[in-house]
Design a protein around this ligand. Structure first.
Ligand SMILES: Cc1cc2nc3c(=O)[nH]c(=O)nc-3n(C[C@H](O)[C@H](O)[C@H](O)COP(=O)(O)OP(=O)(O)OC[C@H]3O[C@@H](n4cnc5c(N)ncnc54)[C@H](O)[C@@H]3O)c2cc1C
Length: 392
Protein backbone atom coordinates (compact mmCIF):
# COMPACT_ATOMS: atom_id res chain seq x y z
CA UNK A 1 0.00 0.00 0.00
CA UNK A 2 1.37 3.40 -1.00
CA UNK A 3 1.27 6.58 1.08
CA UNK A 4 -0.70 8.52 -1.51
CA UNK A 5 -3.27 7.81 -4.28
CA UNK A 6 -5.20 9.83 -6.80
CA UNK A 7 -8.48 8.57 -5.35
CA UNK A 8 -9.41 6.90 -2.11
CA UNK A 9 -12.79 5.14 -1.93
CA UNK A 10 -14.31 4.38 1.47
CA UNK A 11 -16.61 1.33 1.32
CA UNK A 12 -16.63 -1.62 -1.09
CA UNK A 13 -20.38 -1.90 -1.68
CA UNK A 14 -21.80 -1.74 -5.23
CA UNK A 15 -21.35 2.06 -5.42
CA UNK A 16 -17.77 2.15 -4.06
CA UNK A 17 -16.51 -0.77 -6.15
CA UNK A 18 -18.05 0.75 -9.27
CA UNK A 19 -16.36 4.14 -8.76
CA UNK A 20 -13.07 2.39 -7.99
CA UNK A 21 -13.28 0.23 -11.14
CA UNK A 22 -14.21 3.05 -13.50
CA UNK A 23 -11.61 5.51 -12.19
CA UNK A 24 -8.84 2.87 -12.11
CA UNK A 25 -9.71 1.92 -15.68
CA UNK A 26 -8.80 5.48 -16.70
CA UNK A 27 -5.26 4.90 -15.40
CA UNK A 28 -5.49 6.71 -12.05
CA UNK A 29 -4.25 5.18 -8.80
CA UNK A 30 -7.16 4.10 -6.58
CA UNK A 31 -7.31 2.62 -3.09
CA UNK A 32 -10.60 0.96 -2.05
CA UNK A 33 -11.02 0.51 1.71
CA UNK A 34 -13.57 -1.82 3.31
CA UNK A 35 -14.03 -2.11 7.05
CA UNK A 36 -15.50 -5.62 7.01
CA UNK A 37 -13.38 -8.77 6.83
CA UNK A 38 -15.18 -9.98 3.69
CA UNK A 39 -16.55 -7.91 0.84
CA UNK A 40 -20.24 -8.74 0.30
CA UNK A 41 -21.13 -9.94 3.80
CA UNK A 42 -23.22 -9.54 5.81
CA UNK A 43 -25.98 -9.12 3.20
CA UNK A 44 -28.51 -6.60 4.47
CA UNK A 45 -30.65 -6.48 1.36
CA UNK A 46 -33.71 -7.95 -0.38
CA UNK A 47 -31.39 -8.25 -3.44
CA UNK A 48 -34.06 -7.35 -6.03
CA UNK A 49 -33.21 -5.22 -9.08
CA UNK A 50 -34.79 -4.43 -12.42
CA UNK A 51 -33.08 -6.21 -15.29
CA UNK A 52 -32.95 -3.05 -17.39
CA UNK A 53 -31.33 -0.93 -14.72
CA UNK A 54 -28.70 -3.58 -13.91
CA UNK A 55 -27.90 -4.47 -17.50
CA UNK A 56 -27.39 -0.82 -18.39
CA UNK A 57 -24.60 -0.43 -15.83
CA UNK A 58 -22.67 -3.73 -15.84
CA UNK A 59 -22.28 -6.92 -17.90
CA UNK A 60 -24.36 -9.36 -15.89
CA UNK A 61 -22.73 -12.64 -14.86
CA UNK A 62 -25.42 -15.37 -14.67
CA UNK A 63 -23.85 -16.56 -11.38
CA UNK A 64 -25.17 -13.38 -9.72
CA UNK A 65 -28.78 -14.23 -10.50
CA UNK A 66 -30.56 -16.32 -7.88
CA UNK A 67 -33.98 -15.94 -9.52
CA UNK A 68 -35.60 -14.22 -12.48
CA UNK A 69 -38.86 -12.53 -11.60
CA UNK A 70 -41.63 -12.29 -14.18
CA UNK A 71 -44.64 -11.60 -11.98
CA UNK A 72 -45.23 -8.86 -9.41
CA UNK A 73 -48.06 -9.21 -6.95
CA UNK A 74 -49.37 -6.28 -4.96
CA UNK A 75 -51.41 -7.49 -1.99
CA UNK A 76 -53.89 -5.05 -0.41
CA UNK A 77 -54.69 -5.03 3.33
CA UNK A 78 -57.86 -7.09 2.73
CA UNK A 79 -55.79 -9.77 0.95
CA UNK A 80 -56.96 -8.94 -2.59
CA UNK A 81 -54.11 -9.35 -5.00
CA UNK A 82 -53.31 -7.34 -8.12
CA UNK A 83 -50.74 -8.62 -10.59
CA UNK A 84 -49.90 -5.74 -12.95
CA UNK A 85 -47.84 -6.36 -16.04
CA UNK A 86 -44.71 -4.26 -15.45
CA UNK A 87 -43.34 -4.71 -18.93
CA UNK A 88 -39.85 -5.84 -17.93
CA UNK A 89 -38.58 -8.41 -15.51
CA UNK A 90 -36.54 -8.43 -12.35
CA UNK A 91 -33.69 -10.36 -10.80
CA UNK A 92 -33.10 -11.44 -7.25
CA UNK A 93 -29.35 -11.28 -6.89
CA UNK A 94 -26.90 -13.32 -4.88
CA UNK A 95 -25.25 -10.24 -3.37
CA UNK A 96 -22.50 -12.21 -1.69
CA UNK A 97 -21.20 -13.06 -5.17
CA UNK A 98 -22.29 -9.80 -6.79
CA UNK A 99 -20.53 -7.43 -4.35
CA UNK A 100 -17.50 -9.71 -4.26
CA UNK A 101 -17.21 -9.73 -8.06
CA UNK A 102 -17.69 -5.95 -8.37
CA UNK A 103 -14.76 -5.49 -5.96
CA UNK A 104 -12.69 -8.09 -7.84
CA UNK A 105 -13.44 -6.27 -11.11
CA UNK A 106 -12.20 -3.02 -9.52
CA UNK A 107 -8.94 -4.76 -8.63
CA UNK A 108 -8.67 -6.26 -12.12
CA UNK A 109 -9.02 -2.69 -13.45
CA UNK A 110 -6.01 -1.61 -11.35
CA UNK A 111 -7.49 -0.49 -7.99
CA UNK A 112 -5.91 -1.66 -4.73
CA UNK A 113 -8.29 -3.13 -2.17
CA UNK A 114 -7.87 -3.57 1.57
CA UNK A 115 -10.42 -5.23 3.83
CA UNK A 116 -10.46 -4.88 7.62
CA UNK A 117 -9.58 -1.25 6.87
CA UNK A 118 -11.76 0.98 9.00
CA UNK A 119 -11.60 4.64 7.97
CA UNK A 120 -12.12 6.75 11.09
CA UNK A 121 -11.37 10.32 10.04
CA UNK A 122 -10.37 12.79 7.34
CA UNK A 123 -7.04 14.62 7.38
CA UNK A 124 -7.89 18.30 7.03
CA UNK A 125 -5.57 20.76 5.29
CA UNK A 126 -7.07 24.22 5.03
CA UNK A 127 -10.34 23.90 3.12
CA UNK A 128 -9.34 20.53 1.59
CA UNK A 129 -8.88 17.02 2.85
CA UNK A 130 -5.55 15.48 2.05
CA UNK A 131 -6.34 11.92 3.11
CA UNK A 132 -7.85 9.65 5.74
CA UNK A 133 -6.88 7.96 8.96
CA UNK A 134 -7.37 4.19 9.04
CA UNK A 135 -7.34 1.37 11.48
CA UNK A 136 -5.92 -1.41 9.26
CA UNK A 137 -5.91 -4.85 10.86
CA UNK A 138 -5.74 -3.04 14.17
CA UNK A 139 -2.79 -0.78 13.16
CA UNK A 140 -3.08 3.02 12.82
CA UNK A 141 -2.21 4.52 9.43
CA UNK A 142 -2.75 7.61 7.34
CA UNK A 143 -3.09 7.61 3.55
CA UNK A 144 -3.16 10.63 1.27
CA UNK A 145 -5.37 11.24 -1.77
CA UNK A 146 -6.32 14.00 -4.18
CA UNK A 147 -9.99 12.99 -4.10
CA UNK A 148 -11.86 11.07 -1.38
CA UNK A 149 -15.06 9.18 -2.20
CA UNK A 150 -17.51 8.38 0.62
CA UNK A 151 -19.30 5.20 -0.49
CA UNK A 152 -19.76 4.13 3.10
CA UNK A 153 -23.46 3.31 2.92
CA UNK A 154 -26.36 4.26 5.13
CA UNK A 155 -24.14 4.61 8.21
CA UNK A 156 -21.90 7.05 6.26
CA UNK A 157 -19.63 9.32 8.22
CA UNK A 158 -17.35 10.62 5.47
CA UNK A 159 -19.93 13.24 4.44
CA UNK A 160 -20.41 14.41 8.01
CA UNK A 161 -16.65 14.68 8.55
CA UNK A 162 -16.53 16.92 5.47
CA UNK A 163 -19.18 19.20 6.98
CA UNK A 164 -22.14 17.98 4.88
CA UNK A 165 -25.49 17.68 6.61
CA UNK A 166 -26.24 13.96 6.09
CA UNK A 167 -29.16 13.67 8.51
CA UNK A 168 -32.07 11.54 7.34
CA UNK A 169 -35.40 12.71 8.77
CA UNK A 170 -36.73 10.01 11.10
CA UNK A 171 -39.84 9.59 8.99
CA UNK A 172 -37.75 8.92 5.86
CA UNK A 173 -35.53 6.30 7.46
CA UNK A 174 -37.14 3.00 6.53
CA UNK A 175 -36.36 0.54 9.34
CA UNK A 176 -36.09 -2.98 7.97
CA UNK A 177 -35.90 -6.54 9.20
CA UNK A 178 -35.40 -9.45 6.84
CA UNK A 179 -35.11 -13.22 7.02
CA UNK A 180 -33.90 -15.63 4.37
CA UNK A 181 -36.12 -18.66 4.74
CA UNK A 182 -35.63 -22.24 3.54
CA UNK A 183 -38.36 -24.65 2.47
CA UNK A 184 -40.86 -21.97 1.51
CA UNK A 185 -43.79 -22.92 -0.63
CA UNK A 186 -44.19 -20.28 -3.36
CA UNK A 187 -43.84 -19.72 -7.08
CA UNK A 188 -40.22 -19.11 -7.90
CA UNK A 189 -40.78 -16.37 -10.50
CA UNK A 190 -43.18 -14.16 -8.51
CA UNK A 191 -42.39 -11.33 -6.08
CA UNK A 192 -44.99 -10.24 -3.54
CA UNK A 193 -45.45 -6.81 -1.97
CA UNK A 194 -47.90 -6.60 0.96
CA UNK A 195 -49.34 -3.29 2.14
CA UNK A 196 -51.39 -2.13 5.10
CA UNK A 197 -51.16 -1.04 8.71
CA UNK A 198 -51.24 -4.60 10.05
CA UNK A 199 -48.23 -5.84 8.03
CA UNK A 200 -46.09 -2.72 7.37
CA UNK A 201 -47.36 0.75 8.32
CA UNK A 202 -45.82 3.45 6.09
CA UNK A 203 -43.85 0.87 4.17
CA UNK A 204 -44.32 -2.61 2.76
CA UNK A 205 -43.49 -6.26 3.29
CA UNK A 206 -41.68 -8.09 0.51
CA UNK A 207 -41.24 -11.72 -0.48
CA UNK A 208 -38.49 -12.26 -3.05
CA UNK A 209 -37.84 -15.88 -4.08
CA UNK A 210 -34.21 -16.96 -4.42
CA UNK A 211 -34.63 -20.43 -5.95
CA UNK A 212 -34.31 -23.85 -4.31
CA UNK A 213 -37.39 -23.09 -2.17
CA UNK A 214 -35.60 -20.21 -0.42
CA UNK A 215 -36.77 -16.57 -0.25
CA UNK A 216 -35.94 -13.18 1.26
CA UNK A 217 -38.87 -12.00 3.35
CA UNK A 218 -38.60 -8.57 4.86
CA UNK A 219 -40.49 -5.63 6.28
CA UNK A 220 -39.65 -1.94 5.98
CA UNK A 221 -41.56 0.58 8.06
CA UNK A 222 -40.98 4.29 8.48
CA UNK A 223 -39.00 5.34 11.54
CA UNK A 224 -42.16 7.15 12.65
CA UNK A 225 -44.02 3.81 12.79
CA UNK A 226 -41.10 1.70 14.05
CA UNK A 227 -40.97 3.53 17.37
CA UNK A 228 -44.38 2.01 18.20
CA UNK A 229 -43.63 -1.52 17.01
CA UNK A 230 -40.35 -2.82 15.62
CA UNK A 231 -40.11 -4.27 12.10
CA UNK A 232 -38.91 -7.64 13.43
CA UNK A 233 -42.21 -8.03 15.30
CA UNK A 234 -44.21 -7.43 12.11
CA UNK A 235 -41.95 -9.88 10.31
CA UNK A 236 -42.20 -12.61 12.97
CA UNK A 237 -46.00 -12.37 12.94
CA UNK A 238 -46.19 -12.60 9.15
CA UNK A 239 -43.72 -15.50 8.90
CA UNK A 240 -45.53 -17.44 11.65
CA UNK A 241 -48.79 -17.04 9.73
CA UNK A 242 -47.59 -17.63 6.18
CA UNK A 243 -44.52 -19.89 6.49
CA UNK A 244 -44.88 -21.61 9.88
CA UNK A 245 -42.64 -24.55 8.98
CA UNK A 246 -39.88 -22.67 7.11
CA UNK A 247 -36.29 -22.74 8.36
CA UNK A 248 -34.63 -19.41 9.12
CA UNK A 249 -31.25 -19.22 7.36
CA UNK A 250 -30.41 -15.61 8.26
CA UNK A 251 -31.98 -12.65 10.05
CA UNK A 252 -30.72 -9.12 9.44
CA UNK A 253 -31.80 -5.59 10.28
CA UNK A 254 -30.88 -2.36 8.52
CA UNK A 255 -31.98 1.09 7.48
CA UNK A 256 -32.76 2.55 4.07
CA UNK A 257 -32.64 6.35 3.63
CA UNK A 258 -35.86 6.84 1.59
CA UNK A 259 -35.37 10.60 1.31
CA UNK A 260 -34.53 12.91 -1.57
CA UNK A 261 -30.81 12.99 -2.46
CA UNK A 262 -28.60 15.13 -0.20
CA UNK A 263 -28.25 18.76 -1.27
CA UNK A 264 -24.46 18.46 -1.25
CA UNK A 265 -22.92 15.36 -2.79
CA UNK A 266 -19.61 17.09 -3.53
CA UNK A 267 -17.77 19.28 -1.06
CA UNK A 268 -14.26 20.38 -2.11
CA UNK A 269 -12.41 17.16 -2.91
CA UNK A 270 -14.92 14.89 -1.12
CA UNK A 271 -17.53 13.08 -3.23
CA UNK A 272 -20.45 11.00 -1.90
CA UNK A 273 -22.11 8.13 -3.80
CA UNK A 274 -24.81 5.52 -3.15
CA UNK A 275 -26.63 5.31 0.17
CA UNK A 276 -24.07 7.74 1.61
CA UNK A 277 -25.54 10.37 -0.74
CA UNK A 278 -29.16 9.18 -0.21
CA UNK A 279 -29.47 8.02 -3.81
CA UNK A 280 -31.97 5.27 -3.04
CA UNK A 281 -35.27 5.41 -4.95
CA UNK A 282 -37.44 6.82 -2.13
CA UNK A 283 -40.56 5.05 -3.37
CA UNK A 284 -39.22 1.49 -3.70
CA UNK A 285 -36.26 1.65 -1.31
CA UNK A 286 -34.05 0.13 -4.03
CA UNK A 287 -30.52 1.53 -3.99
CA UNK A 288 -28.26 -1.05 -5.64
CA UNK A 289 -28.45 0.08 -9.25
CA UNK A 290 -29.20 3.77 -8.60
CA UNK A 291 -25.98 3.90 -6.51
CA UNK A 292 -24.07 2.23 -9.34
CA UNK A 293 -25.43 4.68 -11.91
CA UNK A 294 -24.40 7.55 -9.61
CA UNK A 295 -20.99 5.90 -9.27
CA UNK A 296 -20.55 5.98 -13.03
CA UNK A 297 -21.41 9.71 -13.13
CA UNK A 298 -19.06 10.40 -10.22
CA UNK A 299 -16.25 8.40 -11.86
CA UNK A 300 -16.56 10.39 -15.08
CA UNK A 301 -16.39 13.69 -13.19
CA UNK A 302 -13.45 12.48 -11.06
CA UNK A 303 -11.46 11.36 -14.10
CA UNK A 304 -12.19 14.69 -15.79
CA UNK A 305 -11.11 16.68 -12.73
CA UNK A 306 -7.90 14.66 -12.31
CA UNK A 307 -7.00 14.94 -15.97
CA UNK A 308 -7.49 18.72 -15.95
CA UNK A 309 -6.05 19.17 -12.45
CA UNK A 310 -9.17 21.16 -11.62
CA UNK A 311 -11.41 20.04 -8.76
CA UNK A 312 -14.13 22.42 -9.89
CA UNK A 313 -14.91 19.90 -12.64
CA UNK A 314 -16.33 17.57 -9.94
CA UNK A 315 -19.45 19.75 -10.15
CA UNK A 316 -20.37 17.83 -13.32
CA UNK A 317 -21.40 14.89 -11.13
CA UNK A 318 -24.20 16.54 -9.09
CA UNK A 319 -25.37 18.26 -12.23
CA UNK A 320 -25.67 15.00 -14.15
CA UNK A 321 -27.29 13.24 -11.16
CA UNK A 322 -29.92 15.98 -10.86
CA UNK A 323 -30.63 15.79 -14.57
CA UNK A 324 -30.98 12.02 -14.76
CA UNK A 325 -32.30 10.96 -11.33
CA UNK A 326 -32.42 13.73 -8.73
CA UNK A 327 -35.58 15.54 -9.80
CA UNK A 328 -37.36 12.21 -10.33
CA UNK A 329 -36.36 11.03 -6.86
CA UNK A 330 -37.73 14.23 -5.32
CA UNK A 331 -41.06 13.52 -6.98
CA UNK A 332 -41.00 9.85 -5.88
CA UNK A 333 -40.39 11.14 -2.38
CA UNK A 334 -43.49 13.35 -2.51
CA UNK A 335 -45.53 10.49 -3.95
CA UNK A 336 -44.33 8.22 -1.16
CA UNK A 337 -45.49 10.81 1.38
CA UNK A 338 -48.96 10.79 -0.21
CA UNK A 339 -49.18 7.00 -0.38
CA UNK A 340 -48.03 6.73 3.27
CA UNK A 341 -51.15 8.64 4.23
CA UNK A 342 -53.51 6.28 2.39
CA UNK A 343 -55.73 4.49 4.88
CA UNK A 344 -56.20 0.73 4.42
CA UNK A 345 -59.69 1.29 2.96
CA UNK A 346 -58.26 3.37 0.12
CA UNK A 347 -55.64 0.71 -0.68
CA UNK A 348 -58.41 -1.92 -0.73
CA UNK A 349 -60.50 0.32 -3.00
CA UNK A 350 -57.55 0.75 -5.41
CA UNK A 351 -57.06 -3.03 -5.56
CA UNK A 352 -60.78 -3.53 -6.20
CA UNK A 353 -60.70 -0.83 -8.91
CA UNK A 354 -57.77 -2.52 -10.66
CA UNK A 355 -59.37 -5.96 -10.43
CA UNK A 356 -62.46 -4.47 -12.12
CA UNK A 357 -60.32 -3.56 -15.17
CA UNK A 358 -60.02 -5.93 -18.10
CA UNK A 359 -56.97 -8.20 -17.61
CA UNK A 360 -55.04 -6.51 -20.43
CA UNK A 361 -55.48 -3.11 -18.70
CA UNK A 362 -53.95 -4.33 -15.45
CA UNK A 363 -50.59 -2.75 -16.15
CA UNK A 364 -48.68 -0.56 -13.70
CA UNK A 365 -50.38 2.38 -15.46
CA UNK A 366 -53.74 0.76 -14.74
CA UNK A 367 -52.82 0.71 -11.05
CA UNK A 368 -51.71 4.36 -11.20
CA UNK A 369 -54.83 5.45 -13.04
CA UNK A 370 -57.06 3.86 -10.43
CA UNK A 371 -54.92 5.34 -7.62
CA UNK A 372 -55.30 8.77 -9.22
CA UNK A 373 -59.05 8.44 -9.35
CA UNK A 374 -59.03 7.68 -5.62
CA UNK A 375 -56.46 10.40 -4.86
CA UNK A 376 -56.44 13.12 -7.55
CA UNK A 377 -53.74 15.18 -5.76
CA UNK A 378 -51.16 12.66 -6.98
CA UNK A 379 -51.76 13.67 -10.56
CA UNK A 380 -49.33 16.58 -10.68
CA UNK A 381 -46.44 14.69 -9.16
CA UNK A 382 -46.98 11.74 -11.45
CA UNK A 383 -47.34 13.93 -14.50
CA UNK A 384 -44.05 15.63 -13.64
CA UNK A 385 -42.31 12.31 -13.16
CA UNK A 386 -43.53 10.33 -16.09
CA UNK A 387 -44.75 12.95 -18.55
CA UNK A 388 -48.36 13.55 -19.55
CA UNK A 389 -48.16 11.06 -22.40
CA UNK A 390 -48.21 8.20 -19.91
CA UNK A 391 -51.79 9.04 -18.98
CA UNK A 392 -53.23 9.05 -22.47
C1 LIG B 1 -33.26 -4.90 4.59
C2 LIG B 1 -32.86 -4.18 3.33
C3 LIG B 1 -33.38 -4.60 2.11
C4 LIG B 1 -33.01 -3.96 0.93
N1 LIG B 1 -33.48 -4.45 -0.25
C5 LIG B 1 -33.08 -3.89 -1.42
C6 LIG B 1 -33.49 -4.45 -2.66
O1 LIG B 1 -34.20 -5.46 -2.72
N2 LIG B 1 -33.07 -3.85 -3.79
C7 LIG B 1 -32.25 -2.75 -3.78
O2 LIG B 1 -31.89 -2.23 -4.86
N3 LIG B 1 -31.84 -2.20 -2.61
C8 LIG B 1 -32.23 -2.76 -1.43
N4 LIG B 1 -31.77 -2.24 -0.25
C9 LIG B 1 -30.87 -1.07 -0.29
C10 LIG B 1 -29.46 -1.51 -0.73
O3 LIG B 1 -29.01 -2.54 0.09
C11 LIG B 1 -28.52 -0.31 -0.66
O4 LIG B 1 -29.13 0.77 -1.33
C12 LIG B 1 -27.17 -0.62 -1.33
O5 LIG B 1 -26.48 -1.65 -0.68
C13 LIG B 1 -26.31 0.65 -1.31
O6 LIG B 1 -25.04 0.39 -1.86
P1 LIG B 1 -23.80 1.28 -1.37
O7 LIG B 1 -22.62 0.76 -2.13
O8 LIG B 1 -24.14 2.70 -1.42
O9 LIG B 1 -23.64 0.93 0.20
P2 LIG B 1 -23.41 -0.44 0.93
O10 LIG B 1 -23.81 -1.59 0.10
O11 LIG B 1 -24.04 -0.29 2.26
O12 LIG B 1 -21.83 -0.50 1.10
C14 LIG B 1 -21.16 0.39 1.98
C15 LIG B 1 -19.86 -0.29 2.40
O13 LIG B 1 -19.07 0.64 3.14
C16 LIG B 1 -18.44 -0.04 4.23
N5 LIG B 1 -18.09 0.96 5.23
C17 LIG B 1 -18.95 1.71 5.98
N6 LIG B 1 -18.25 2.55 6.79
C18 LIG B 1 -16.93 2.33 6.53
C19 LIG B 1 -15.73 2.87 7.07
N7 LIG B 1 -15.74 3.84 8.01
N8 LIG B 1 -14.54 2.40 6.61
C20 LIG B 1 -14.50 1.44 5.63
N9 LIG B 1 -15.61 0.87 5.11
C21 LIG B 1 -16.81 1.31 5.54
C22 LIG B 1 -19.53 -1.02 4.67
O14 LIG B 1 -18.99 -2.08 5.43
C23 LIG B 1 -20.10 -1.47 3.33
O15 LIG B 1 -19.44 -2.61 2.82
C24 LIG B 1 -32.12 -2.85 0.97
C25 LIG B 1 -31.61 -2.41 2.18
C26 LIG B 1 -31.98 -3.07 3.36
C27 LIG B 1 -31.39 -2.60 4.67
Amino acid sequence: MKDRYDVLVVGAGPAGSTVARLVAREGFSVLLLEKDRDVGTPVRCGEAVSNRSLESIVDVDPRWIAATIRRFRLVAPDGSCVEPDLGGHGYVLERRLFDYDLARMAVDAGAELRTKAYVDGLLADGGEYRGVTISLNGERRTVGARIIVGADGVESRVGRWAGIDTTTPFRDMECCAQMTLADVDMEEDACEFHFGTAVAPMGYLWIFPKGHRTANIGVGVSGAAAKHKSPIRYLNEFVARRFPRAGILTTVAGGVPCAATLEDIVRGNVVLVGDAAHQVNPMSGGGITSGMHAARMAAEAIAGALRAGDLRLLAAYPKEWQRSHGAKHRTYHRMKEAVYRFPDERLNAIAAGVLALAPEQRTIWGVFRVALMKHPALVWDMAKTFGFSAFH
